[in-house]
Design a binder for this molecule. Structure first.
Ligand code: ATP
Ligand code: MG
Length: 635
């Protein structure tokens, strides 16, 4: 019997040891007993980090949609697979059963085939968070087309570069999208992006907002009439284990986005296994991840991981602030959500509005609270734990990346004792290493260094689309025989990991390496502070000095700024030491963020260093307007 579901800490350690000692046997057992294969593998793993070349389950044949849909039809045909909650709370929610999902995916797959899409072709999906987004994704997988989902909040330029980079043949979009009070003309953005994309011959348009859009003759087609004519049966394409399943671009926090390529079998096994354990998923749970399917979190933990486990997964079209900042809590109450997975940026934004809105709703169904995307600061962790979880739902701070395909370091709820700001222990099969600047591995506990992974795990990205050299240089060249994550981390006295921020953001002050997360954490403990970001700027004596950007809660805005500065530096001195005191503290209305809600320290660093004419492209930011404001008020 394999250990598909881990239930207590001793079992975790035992299974973890097995996964390290005999990784091939371990993963073969999980794969064999819990998934549907057309043909079993000949070899579990073949790898070489110097090339780099990684192959899992070679020789196996399968289709991931048979694992996510068909195999549930016997026992779960009428169970809700996708629970769609529209932007407008007055519009009824939709419960799409596994049977309906099967029919809709097959119809969509047949439409794609009719449009000439073949196995291996790239399909760009630029659709808002409506059921068709998940269905289009699965339809591609059904016929072996490689999906490239682009977050439907990106600009025409960002969309263009992604379509072009992976040479997509067809674009799936909608007439528009609803976001809070606004509606957005998505089709107009697609038209603009396609002006220079000669390769795209077909655009399929989902009707969502009923707006009057221009349809280009010979290229654009409404999807619904095509679906109506299509058969509800579609034989799934046979895929080899290492056939690409999708391309997904990283969020671009640190520079030009990379088109990560994920393949079929290993990705399926790892996303499903992590979902089951990290969320302790049980048959009648209602699971909700608030990410967009346009990010890896949505791929692995809205679509593939949950569906492979026959789960009910909530898909929310709207935003946390509409009609008011109680929307998330209203949805949890309405659908009796059991697992809730969101990002620190959302938690901080909601915490800023106090507890009044939270207290209006019944959140007693919650069992697990997840966090992903950035380090969760201590203040936000406690608010999440106390106000949302009522101290009874464990928080899983899940560290992972687009490149890793699935969760890598996380507590297992009800198994691993949690610790604020710590992602705690490696997941089963994951072998982290901390490296020093000279390329030596730091052994033992109470060490801090650069986070690497020593051994392949099934869902690691296999390459960067069209640029294997960049893949090698970015991830496998910093340290010999190691996957380098780009993040810094520390390991505490019991072996728990804490992510300290990106290595690129580490600041060297008078010879001391300072990670961003612990300092920001200390700042955020101040009751008047909502959010903060620190960066380095050149300093004659110290090499670098620290510049802090701080946004205040409503209660903080009326306070004397010089007093606040003193109090913040006092907190830093108490928590970390005087070495980490900030030379400058600027109060700003907001911080520049990526579309996925991450703070863009790269831009703040340039501003602090007076390199205003060299900010790079800021049009892809969530809130480009704050940049100007920050520049104007620079200290
Ligand atoms: P790019 O690679 O293009 O700069 P990105 O790194 O923001 O973009 P993602 O793959 O979405 O793109 O994000 C992964 C990164 O997010 C991690 O490397 C880490 O820096 C951060 N991260 C994710 N989850 C956590 C977490 N739980 N704790 C700390 N940091 C996290
Ligand atoms: Mg990254």
């Amino acid at each position: 019997m394999s250990n598909y579901h881990i239930k207590h800490l001793e079992e975790y350690y035992q299974v973890y040891r097995k996964s390290i000692r005999e990784p091939e046997n371990f993963w073969a057992e999980i794969a064999e007993e819990h998934f549907l294969w057309r043909k079993k593998w000949d070899k579990v793993l073949e790898w070489d980090f110097t090339k780099p070349a990684i192959k899992w389950f070679q020789g196996a044949q399968l289709n991931i949609t048979e694992n996510c849909i068909d195999r549930h039809l016997g026992t779960r045909a009428n169970k809700t697979a996708i629970l769609f909650e529209p932007n407008n709370p007055d519009e009824p929610a939709q419960h799409i059963t596994y049977k309906q999902l099967s029919e809709r995916v097959n119809q969509f797959a047949n439409v794609l085939k009719e449009q000439g899409v073949k196995k291996g072709d790239r399909v760009c999906i630029y659709v808002p968070m409506i059921p068709e987004l998940a269905i289009a994704t699965l339809a591609c997988a059904r016929i072996g087309a490689i999906h490239s989902v682009v977050f439907a909040g990106f600009s025409a330029a960002a969309l263009f570069s992604r379509i072009n980079d992976s040479d997509c043949k067809i674009v799936i979009t909608s007439d528009g999208s609803f976001r809070g009070k606004k509606s957005i003309d998505l089709k107009g953005i697609v038209d603009e992006a396609l002006e220079d994309c000669a390769g795209v011959k077909t655009v399929l348009v989902v009707k969502r907002i009923n707006s009057d859009i221009h349809m280009k003759e010979g290229r654009d087609q409404w999807l619904q009439p095509l679906l109506d004519k299509a058969s509800k049966e579609c034989v799934a394409e046979t895929m080899e284990a290492e056939d690409p399943l999708f391309i997904l671009y990283t969020s671009g926090s640190t520079g030009k986005p990379k088109g990560m390529v994920h393949t079929t079998a290993g990705y399926m096994v790892y996303s499903a296994y992590t979902f089951k354990n990290a969320f302790q998923y049980q048959e009648n749970d209602v699971y909700w991840c608030t990410a967009d399917i346009g990010w890896i979190t949505g791929h692995s933990y809205i679509v593939y991981g949950p569906l492979a486990n026959g789960a009910t997964t909530v898909l929310f079209e709207g935003v946390p602030s509409y009609p008011d900042f109680g929307r998330f809590w209203e949805i949890i109450q309405k659908h009796k959500v059991t697992q809730f997975y969101t990002a620190p940026t959302a938690i901080r934004a909601l915490a800023k509005h106090g507890t009044e809105l939270v207290d209006q709703y019944d959140l007693s169904t919650l069992k697990v609270l997840g966090s992903v995307g950035e380090p969760i600061n201590e203040e936000a962790w406690h608010w999440y734990n106390d106000t949302i979880g009522k101290k009874k739902s464990p928080i899983i701070d899940t560290w992972w990346q687009t490149e890793t395909g699935g969760i890598m370091i996380t507590p297992i709820p009800y198994v691993t004792p949690t610790k604020p700001t710590y992602a705690t222990l490696p997941f089963i099969g994951v072998q982290p290493a901390l490296m020093d600047e000279n390329g030596q591995e730091l052994k033992g506990n109470q060490v801090e260094g650069r986070l690497c992974i020593k051994f392949p795990w099934p869902s690691m990205a296999r390459t960067i689309w069209g640029n294997h050299q960049r893949y090698k240089e970015t991830y496998f060249s910093a340290y010999e025989n190691m996957y380098f994550t780009g993040d810094g981390a520390l390991r505490d006295e019991v072996g728990y990991y804490r992510i300290t921020g990106r290595v690129d953001d580490v600041i060297i002050v008078s010879g001391h390496n300072l990670g961003t997360a612990p300092i920001e954490d200390a700042i955020n403990e101040h009751p008047a502070v909502a959010e903060s970001a620190i960066v380095g700027f050149p300093h004659d004596i110290k090499g670098s000095a620290l510049y802090g950007y701080v946004t205040l809660k409503d209660i903080g805005e009326s306070r004397d700024h010089n007093n606040l500065r003193k109090e913040i530096n006092q907190l830093i001195t108490d928590r970390i030491g005087p070495i980490a005191k900030l030379d400058k503290i600027q109060f700003s209305e907001g911080l520049p963020k990526t579309r996925s809600g991450k703070i863009m320290r790269r831009i703040l660093r340039k501003i602090a260093s007076n390199e205003m004419d060299n900010l790079g492209d800021i049009s892809t930011l969530l809130n480009p307007e704050v940049v100007e404001n920050i520049i104007e008020n620079k200290l």
